[in-house]
Write a protein of this length. Sequence first.
Length: 446
Amino acid sequence: MDILKQKFAEKALALFQENKELLKNHGHVKLCDVTIDQAFKGMRDIKCMIWEPSELDANEGIRYRGYSINQLRSSLPRVPNGKEPMPEGLFWLMMTGDLPTTEEAYWVSEEWKKRADVPKHVFDMLESMPTNTHPMTQFSMAILSLQTDSIFAKKYDEGMGKDEYWDAYYEDSMNLIAKLPRIAAYIYRRSFHNGNHIAPNPSLDWGGNYAHMLGNSDDPMFQTLMRLYLTIHADHEGGNASAHATHLVGSTLSDPYYSLSAGINALAGPLHGLANQEVIKWILEMIEELGTNTPTNDELSDYINRTLSEGKVIPGYGHAVLRQPDPRYIAQRHFAEEYIKDDPIVNIVWRLFTIVPPILQDLGKVKNPWPNVDAHSGALLMHYGMNEFSYYTVLFGVSRALGVLAAGIWSRALGMPLERPKSMTSKAVKKFLEDKAAADALKQSS
């Protein structure tokens, strides 16, 4: 019996009925007004999506079903003697809204193990590509190549009813999530380790097995770091580019393989997931230029100011929504303080935390001068031997799949429609302003 599917069905049906009543009685109520500035500048802050797994608060950061990162680190189940939560438990929480028991988290882990076999044609497709193909390109294509086994696509062709959409989307999502660590590790080993692949270890959990198959560190704490990394990157509400892309494609009733591949393509952009590799690249360039990995505060300040004077940003600082230090940064810092506090690059990251914000605040134009999640993750990965920066976003993608696919299942269960916003031309906006000015003038004269 699929205990997660049964639990989800109960929750989804209840919320579907609640939302139906809410729309009947309050559908006409305006959530916000849209300004011309928002229309021209990426629809920033427009409240126009329903996203169940998480919500982002400008001051408190991400909350998964109401739970903060700090609460999740202490409340979610762990492996025996584990120091960080199991991502399997977070997926249960995002699907049901309930913190799972240890048995429920382990049920998810065992279920993913059953579904983890990757078809041979996926590996054959990857092997047909040059080994220097960007890891994110390989990852997106591998996800898309799994679409041959889509249950949703097959049942849609057979004429399944709308009330069955979520069930097929759930099955595809569970199958896809289960296979991601094997695919992602395969890409890593073929791209950077001459195709010397490491077989899965069926005794390990989802995150631990991923770390094992990567094979770049024998330190058992690397598995612990992977569990933390995969948990804190799993979702960040629905408005970010990868989540929105997954949601948009899914709203057309494309299956999870098409949808997640689209989200991964969005995640690959320099203004989104690619930022994590930009941080560590900037730090390493600074170390090389200064000739030391223990620079003084004055040297750090000078380098920061030079970066800004060249019209560049300080990578890892600022966020489109957050107005406080990112709780995901803090979680990684706590990990580093406990296990790798003497790492020189980690220490540079911590010192930047005290030096960068005042400099950015003095500019008078930065709304959020605090570090985001990307400011710390690269230093942790480098400590455990993962120096291949172009792969970092694949790690991000494996984690983000949890949130966006959970949201996709909820969207199908709640009957969310095709997403189709209305666009305007610049000429139409100007005409609107002219008509408004004329109407205002007439109103004042009468």
